[in-house]
Ligand binder design. Structure first.
Ligand code: PEP
Ligand code: MG
Length: 561
């Protein structure tokens, strides 16, 4: 039995699919038969073409465009001629010839002045890697389209890998690194795929085809267990599904405590499909749309039109219900390779989110234009991430004003009653939340980052996961302070960090007066059931009691009783 971090609840029983990241070493070998070598190369090209066509069939429009570009690279006479030429002239193996041609192409594209052309280098690398895997006869599993149901075992899954996962066939995933609030974990919860993270060296202990049984809540993974154990977990899975079904009767009820305190439960989403799911899971709104996922898994920035369509889709799904769309929050574990941002020593403290948007104004303006134009299709609220000062709020609002002016000049419509709020996820913002409250319409507390910045504990680092503690009294005091400061200025205060959906903390947050709780779709109905059974007055007293305690341990003990 292995015990890791339970990152996304649910029971999975299935065959392991091991994703091993091997370091490919390309040997340069002399060959005798050039014709045979060129034939091998052409077979690899054909196979690559088939694979790309297959991916193309199963993805959306944006991804299809990229795949078309990849198909064009495959047919490029300079690529084909370059490899054949090297094989014939130097009498070397196709792998070495291909490596040489790809490296040259990439270097040429990366040195071009035109940004669009520079971004194409990533496509060439990607296609080159695919051809190489086929030449070497190595499997290149397509995570978006798997042949059978599997449990994925990998060193790491990036947020963009996770976004692509074949929802039908991925029963769950297990990784060696990552914490509960890494974005792959958050996405797994949104997609309701069970996940266990932080299992060191697990890729060396599991073989392809091993039967894995795992519990994404407890963080337990069993390898090839006896039949009665499989039976026991299968029964648990059936029971969980029944409980979930029973909660559906709360789908259209309000979220009101026993003594009449009403709060709102929102969904956290990464794309329009998640919005549909949140809607069907009882969400009274969208409390956080992480728009950065729209920027991932591609090789250039999304256009204004593409963004407009995505935002409009979410607003239309939610109708009159509020939709909080957060502007680009890239950085930390969410990378955009095509932006060619330099590697940083401390990416979570680095050049990211609103800092990039205020620096590269055109990227920000494109997004704001798309948001404002979409605003007429629903109840939009715009939120800036990673705010640490009043200056940033003012600068962002200044750009918003410019964009509104431009749209007016172009006679393009936008709604005049959009609320604009900020994430409170940096302690500096929490400390001056009384001042910030005067300049914004709402706050949404981002506990995922607030915990890591307040306690100086990296949210991604499994080695210190035990120190990443939502019961930390300093964090809870900051949360209370933010709620009070928001209310004093007459503003509503929500929370979209993972704490908002944590059943152990929901009672205290209710008692502190939190107005809106935003969480992954699967957590909404259980939270509604819980709140309907609580008394607000009693929870106020509980919150007061919690705020007097000095250690996380005491707080956890009190709340878990
Ligand atoms: C947070 O930090 O709590 C948050 C909701 O944002 P993200 O998890 O995307 O950083
Ligand atoms: Mg954050």
């Amino acid at each position: 039995m292995y015990k890791g971090i339970g990152a996304s609840p649910g029971i999975a029983v299935g065959k392991a699919l091991l994703l091993k990241k091997e370091d490919i070493i390309i040997e340069r070998k002399s060959i005798r038969n050039e014709m045979e070598e060129n034939e091998r190369f052409h077979k690899a090209l054909d196979k690559t073409k088939e694979q790309i066509e297959e991916i193309k069939k199963n993805t959306g429009a944006a991804q299809q465009e990229i795949m078309d570009a990849h198909l064009m690279i495959l047919e490029d006479p300079e690529l084909i001629g370059g490899v054949e030429g090297a094989v014939n002239a130097e009498k070397i193996n196709a792998e070495a010839a291909l490596q040489g041609v790809i490296d040259t192409f990439v270097a040429i594209f990366e040195s071009m002045d035109n940004e669009y052309m520079r971004e194409r280098a990533a496509d060439i690398k990607d296609v080159g890697q695919r051809i190489m895997m086929n030449l070497l006869g190595k499997e290149h599993p397509n995570l978006a389209k798997l042949k059978e149901p599997v449990v994925i075992v990998a060193h790491d899954l990036t947020p963009s890998d996770t976004a692509q996962l074949d929802r039908e066939n991925v029963l769950g995933f297990v990784t060696e690194i990552g914490g509960r609030t890494s974005h792959s974990a958050i996405m797994a919860r949104t997609m309701e795929i069970p996940a266990v993270l932080g299992l060191k060296a697990i890729t060396q202990q599991i073989k392809n085809g091993d039967i894995l049984v795992f519990d994404g809540e407890e963080g337990i993974v069993l390898v090839n267990p006896e039949e009665p154990v499989i039976q026991q977990y299968t029964e648990k899975r059936v029971k969980l599904a029944e409980e979930k079904q029973a909660l559906r009767k709360l789908l259209n009820s309000n979220t009101i405590s026993k003594d009449g305190k009403k709060v709102e439960l929102g969904g956290n989403i990464g794309n329009p499909r998640d919005a549909q799911k949140a809607h069907e899971s009882g969400a009274e709104g969208i409390g956080l749309y992480r728009t950065e996922f729209l920027y991932m898994d591609r090789t250039s920035l999304p256009s204004e039109e593409e963004q407009f369509e995505a935002y409009k889709a979410v607003l239309e799904i939610m109708g009159e219900r509020p939709v909080v769309i957060r502007t680009l929050d890239i950085g930390g574990d969410k990378e955009l390779p095509y932006m060619n941002l330099p590697k940083e020593m401390n990416p979570f403290l680095g050049y990211r989110a609103i800092r990039i948007c205020l620096d590269q104004k055109e990227i920000f303006k494109t997004q704001l234009r798309a948001l404002l134009r979409a605003s007429v299709y629903g109840n939009l609220k715009i939120m800036y991430p990673m705010i640490s000062s009043l200056e940033e709020v003012r600068a962002a609002n200044g750009i918003m004003e410019e964009v509104k002016q431009e749209l007016n000049n172009e006679r393009k419509e936008w709604s005049s009653d959009i609320e604009v709020g900020i994430m409170i996820e940096i302690p500096a913002a929490a400390v001056i939340s009384d001042i910030l409250a005067m300049e914004v319409d709402f706050f949404s507390i981002g506990t995922n980052d607030l915990i890591q910045y307040t306690t100086a504990v990296d949210r991604m680092n499994e080695k210190i996961a035990h120190l990443y503690n939502p019961f930390n009294p300093a964090v809870l005091r900051l949360i209370k302070q933010v709620i009070d400061n928001g209310h004093k200025a007459g503003k509503w205060v929500g929370m979209c960090g993972e704490v908002a959906g944590d059943k152990r903390l929901i009672p205290v947050l209710l008692g502190m007066g939190l107005d809106e709780f935003s969480m992954s779709a699967g957590a909404i109905l259980p939270a509604r059931k819980q709140i309907q059974a609580l008394s607000y007055e009693e929870m106020k007293a509980l919150a007061d009691q919690v705020l007097q305690l000095g250690t996380a341990e005491e707080i956890e003990k009190l709340l878990c009783e």
